[in-house]
Design a protein around this ligand. Structure first.
Ligand SMILES: Cc1cc2nc3c(=O)[nH]c(=O)nc-3n(C[C@H](O)[C@H](O)[C@H](O)COP(=O)(O)O)c2cc1C
Length: 181
C-alpha cells in the first residue's frame, strides 16, 4: 500500500486499519508529502500506523517489495497524487513506491490507484489512460451517497469497501446495495 501527498489521507488511514482488522499482512510506503498531508488532515503520525503495517522507507530500494520475486496479492495507492501517478505512468522507478508499482504492473498483479485531483488536466487523463491500458484499476476517490452517510467515516469506508472488493477480500464494512430487506 502506498500513501502519497494528495488530499484524502483519511481513506488511507481507514484502509490500513481495516486491512489489519481483517488479518491481512500489509507493507506500507508513505511519501514525504504523504506523511505531511496525513498529519495535516488526520492529525496522525506515521508511528501510529506501525501497529497496522510494516512501514518501508520510500528511499529503500533494497526492500522486499522492490522485487517481483517477493510475492504479493497486489497494491493500492491511496490517495494517489498526480505527481506519483505521472511518475508511474511514465516508467519512473526511482523511489520504493514507484518501483513497487512498476513491479506490480509488470507482474500483472491487482493494482488499484485512487487518484485525487479536481479538475483533471489532459496530462492527468492521459497518464490514467496509460495506467488503465497497462492493467491498473483507476478507482477515483468519489464515494457514493446512496447509502446516505451522516459521518465522514462512512464516506471513507465506502471507498475502503470498494478497494477491498477489488482485492477480493471479504468484509462487512458496508451494507451492500440490494441487501436490505
Ligand atoms: C494539503 C495538500 C493537499 C494536496 N492535495 C493534492 C491532491 O489532492 N492531488 C494532488 O495531486 N496533489 C495534491 N497536493 C500536492 C502534492 O502533495 C504534491 O504534488 C507533491 O509533490 C506530491 O508528492 P508525492 O507524489 O511524492 O506524494 C496537495 C498538497 C497539499 C499540501
Amino acid at each position: 500500500m502506498g500513501i502519497t501527498g494528495a488530499s484524502g489521507s483519511l481513506y488511507a488511514y481507514a484502509l490500513v486499519r481495516a486491512l489489519h482488522q481483517l488479518g491481512i499482512e500489509t507493507h506500507l510506503i508513505v511519501t514525504e508529502m504523504g506523511e505531511k498531508v496525513m498529519q495535516f488532515e488526520c492529525n496522525k503520525k506515521m508511528d501510529e500506523l506501525k501497529e497496522y503495517a510494516t512501514i518501508h522507507s520510500n528511499k529503500n530500494l533494497f526492500a522486499s517489495i522492490a522485487s517481483g520475486s517477493y510475492l504479493t496479492d497486489g497494491m493500492v495507492i491511496v490517495p494517489c497524487s498526480m505527481n506519483t501517478l505521472g511518475a508511474i505512468a511514465n516508467g519512473v522507478g526511482d523511489t520504493l513506491l514507484s518501483r513497487a508499482a512498476s513491479v506490480v504492473l509488470k507482474e500483472k498483479r491487482t493494482f488499484i490507484i485512487v487518484p485525487r485531483e479536481a479538475p483533471f488536466n489532459l496530462i492527468h487523463l492521459r497518464n490514467m489512460t496509460a495506467l488503465a491500458e497497462t492493467g491498473a484499476c483507476i478507482m477515483p476517490a468519489s464515494p457514493g451517497f446512496y447509502h446516505k452517510p451522516t459521518e465522514i467515516w462512512e464516506l471513507a469506508n465506502f471507498m475502503v469497501a470498494r478497494i477491498l472488493d477489488m482485492l477480493n477480500i471479504d468484509h462487512r464494512l458496508l451494507e451492500r446495495w440490494g441487501e436490505k430487506t
